[in-house]
Design a protein around this ligand. Structure first.
Ligand code: PGA
Length: 255
């Protein structure tokens, strides 16, 4: 693996208080100190970001934001205020936001806002279901092409693409993705981005896998799916489970 694996933690709308968020962040930092081979980012609800102190081992990330810096946009979190909280990453286009009406066009605007403000964008792509006709690859291509339409080539290195098949996410997941399925998409994503920017060499982007990642499948994904890291939902809320996962990822390979 070329990169240090990135473990991106997506807390979603959890936990239920700033105090609990600080406790979870502290537990995450303790784990990051122990497992130094990984980069970590905790993506917390916006309301908690100002109350969490990022370190060199655990960066802070947003889960969403508005593409305008500030202004008359009731209920939105303007980009300037978010950057002021010291975020280094922002998740963009998560399937749960797309399901609430976020369009490819909105995703594209958010992507430009993040990159223009030196924030690393975790761009989520993924199909809602699979069929034999490979239509899911078309879905992923459309999501990528429309998001990247206006992104200049020099910004591409600040994009992390998270492949999250919707059918494998959360409690309602129908089944787990296999490393082979994820690998196919990881290669496809790099090819689409390479074609878009007309470069023959593999674009320098990280690809993450997300969808029911746990201590049971994390290592298999990192070793066999050709991804550079993981986007972890439920397991990120449970330091014990996260600890098991990191322990498994760190075990020496049996020869
Ligand atoms: P999950 O969520 O790990 O709970 O499936 C992943 C995500 O939605 O980012």
């Amino acid at each position: 693996m070329k990169h240090r694996p990135l473990i991106a933690l997506n807390w979603k709308a959890n936990p239920d208080s700033l105090k609990a968020a600080q406790k979870l962040f502290a537990a995450t930092k303790t784990l990051a100190k122990k497992y130094k081979a990984f980069d970590f980012v905790a993506c917390a609800p916006s309301v908690f970001l100002g109350g969490l102190k990022p370190t060199s081992t655990v960066a802070l990330g947003a889960q969403d934001f508005f593409w305008e810096p500030s202004g008359a946009f009731t209920g939105e979190v303007g980009f300037e205020a978010l950057v002021d909280t010291k975020i280094r990453y922002a998740i963009i286009g998560h399937s749960e936001r797309r399901a609430m009406g976020e369009t490819d066009e909105m995703v594209g605007k958010k992507l430009l806002a993040a990159l223009g403000n030196k924030v690393i964008a975790i761009l989520c792509v993924g199909e809602t279901s699979r069929d034999e006709k490979l239509a899911y690859l078309e879905t992923i291509k459309t999501q990528l092409v429309s998001a990247l339409q206006k992104v200049p080539k020099q910004f591409v290195k600040n994009i992390v693409v998270a492949y999250e098949p919707v059918w494998a996410i959360g409690k309602s997941a129908t089944r787990e993705a296999t490393p082979e399925e994820v690998k196919e998409v990881a290669i496809f994503v790099k090819r689409v981005i390479g074609d878009l920017y007309r470069t023959k060499s593999v674009p320098p982007i990280k690809i993450l896998y997300g969808g029911s990642v746990s201590h049971k499948n994390a290592r298999m994904m990192l070793e066999r799916a050709g991804v550079d890291g993981l986007l972890v939902g439920r397991a990120s809320l449970d330091p014990k489970e996260l600890g098991f996962m990191l322990q498994n990822l760190s075990m020496p390979t049996r020869s």
